[in-house]
Ligand binder design. Structure first.
Ligand SMILES: Nc1ncnc2c1ncn2[C@@H]1O[C@H](COP(=O)(O)OP(=O)(O)OP(=O)(O)O)[C@@H](O)[C@H]1O
Length: 310
């Protein structure tokens, strides 16, 4: 339905997006994941015809939108990273204002606003002035604004940045519900692995303007299928034990935290006996040794050598 073809954006010397290829099918929730500066916002600005690409194409139902952005603008709801609301107006007044921009009026506008307020859980607070809202409530209202014209596709640019966990869960649940109940197609950008893992059917991972992986969650995790992550817990560590881990040639990576050490080893290697022996020799008592299924966070670390929120 929506396709990015060899899309590139250059800002002077800086190539923010390099030859990006992506597609989004009707009814999917697609995740676009990457750290700060990866090029996510630039990519979605081109997709929604707000920024002109340096080269490449954006196609909606097989037609380029570059010269004719009308059709995509009609069906697109955009939730920007920055909150775009009038602070001195109530939630209701904001929705009325933006609804009129979408050319909704009268009874139709009223019905739509009531529906949106329900969806974002702000019916009880509709008469309150936005500046009295928490960050999470403002974000929810921002999403409500983007939904007023019943968009076929909604693009959310990091909608949970800087809000409390409760509001975050509410937003994630709302996105999931909208997709299930209204078959809304969603492109969700984030730098939180667990959000994308919870929401999305398919995932694209960007880093420094490049697409570094894409596929279903399962396909992406397959990238790590040759390795296991093992977490080792103890009340304290000693240098001898850490030294042994670091010097063991089968162990690929060692990450030491307060009470937990994470190591990465080839899948076929059974480390339990080795770890027990190392602990004994280092005079250390282990609390537990667990093999973890790989997460998307592990995939990112594997592909880039950096944690996602570095
Ligand atoms: N208008 C602009 N002019 C010049 N450089 C820009 C512009 N917009 C983005 N960039 C640069 O392009 C790169 C990608 O930025 P972009 O905002 O797309 O990344 P992002 O993945 O959305 O990151 P964030 O999570 O921080 O929003 C960055 O190096 C940024 O500085």
């Amino acid at each position: 339905m929506l396709e990015l073809v060899d899309l590139t954006k250059r800002f002077k010397q800086n190539e923010a997006v390099k030859n990006l290829n992506m597609f989004i099918e009707k009814g999917e929730i697609v995740g676009l994941l990457g750290p700060n500066g990866a090029g996510k916002s630039t990519a979605i600005s081109m997709l929604s015809s707000l920024v002109e690409p340096t080269s490449g194409d954006v196609r909606y139902n097989n037609k380029s939108i570059l010269r004719n952005p009308g059709p995509i603008r009609e069906v697109l709801g955009m939730v920007p990273q920055e909150i775009a609301l009038y602070d001195d107006l109530s939630a209701l007044e904001n929705l009325q204002f933006f609804g009129r921009i979408y050319k909704l009026k009268g009874k139709e506008l009223q019905i739509k606003i009531a529906e949106v307020l329900e969806q974002i859980g702000l019916t009880d607070r509709k008469k309150d002035i936005v500046k009295t809202f928490s960050g999470g409530m403002k974000r929810r209202l921002n999403i409500g604004v983007a939904m007023l014209h019943d968009p076929e596709i909604i693009i959310m640019d990091e909608p949970t940045v800087g809000i409390d966990p409760q509001s975050r869960n509410y937003i994630l649940e709302t996105v999931k519900r909208l997709n299930e109940e209204k078959q809304m197609t969603v492109l969700y950008t984030s730098h939180y692995m667990e959000e994308v893992e919870f929401l999305c059917d398919r995932i694209y991972i960007m880093d420094q303007g490049n697409l570094i992986a894409s596929g279903t969650k399962e396909e992406i995790k397959q990238i790590l299928s040759s390795e296991h992550t093992i977490s080792i817990k103890a009340d304290r560590w000693n240098d001898r034990f850490i030294e042994k881990l670091k010097n063991n040639p089968t162990i690929h990576r060692v990450k030491v935290e307060d009470r937990e050490i994470t190591i990465v080893v080839p899948k076929e290697v059974n480390m339990f006996a080795t770890l027990a022996k190392m602990a004994e020799e280092a005079d250390l008592e282990l609390r537990s040794v667990d093999i973890n299924a790989p997460t998307l966070e592990d995939v990112f670390l594997h592909l880039t050598g950096r944690a996602l929120r570095d």
